[in-house]
Design a protein. Structure first.
Length: 198
């Protein structure tokens, strides 16, 4: 039996969505995809919910095709809530899962984007079949995922592997998380852009 779902990756600059089909052997087939560059309106909570819902509709989501959303930040996955995101500082306890779910009338799962990456690599990617994995994402920010003994480690507050927010320079650049000198400020595309503009 094959399963289909829509996956959405919310990044600091763009939103990417893909409709996937998972075959019986675990292979993943891309059915269709969309990419949207974020406007200022999209960055509001209501704007983002509508942006994600519109992309999912375009990909043919229905009550039998669920939606998974990966987003940077502190995620309360059991509630589908973005508690805080350095990339979207105006979001506080943003109920993106319930909001998008109500717009689409389908199940919606929300998880930290780096955790999604790590879990996907274990299930169907380069780390397939492995039980102990550390993964890192490099983009607008820096993220991390830990799979220990086959289990995704979220940590007590949902930040179990936030590698990008480890301090490497105590008096360094102020990060979107409020801390100073985070790895993310020195090993990400935002660092490269900042240095190029200097």
């Amino acid at each position: 039996m094959t399963t289909e779902a829509v996956g959405v990756d919310i990044g600091g600059l763009r939103v990417k969505a893909v409709r996937l089909r998972v075959e019986n052997d675990g292979d993943v087939v891309v059915v269709d995809r969309r990419i949207v560059e974020l406007s200022d309106d999209d960055r509001s909570a209501a704007g983002m919910s509508e942006c994600v819902a519109t992309m999912a509709r375009e990909l043919g989501v229905d009550s039998t095709v669920g939606v998974g959303i990966g987003v940077t930040g502190l995620i309360r996955a059991d509630q589908g809530i973005v508690a805080f995101s350095p990339a979207f500082p105006l979001w506080t306890d943003y109920e993106i899962g319930p909001d998008v779910g109500a717009r689409l009338a389908c199940p919606v799962t929300v998880e930290n984007d780096a955790n999604v990456f790590g879990f996907a690599e274990v299930r169907a990617g380069a780390a397939r079949g492995l039980s102990w994995v550390a993964g890192f994402t490099l983009g607008t920010g820096v993220g991390g995922a830990l799979i220990l003994d086959g289990r995704l480690i979220r940590g007590a507050r949902g930040m179990g592997a936030e590698a990008g927010h480890v301090t490497v320079w105590p008096d360094g650049v102020v990060c979107g998380c409020g801390n100073r000198g985070c790895i993310e400020q020195y090993a990400s595309t935002q660092f490269l852009v900042r240095e190029a503009d200097a």
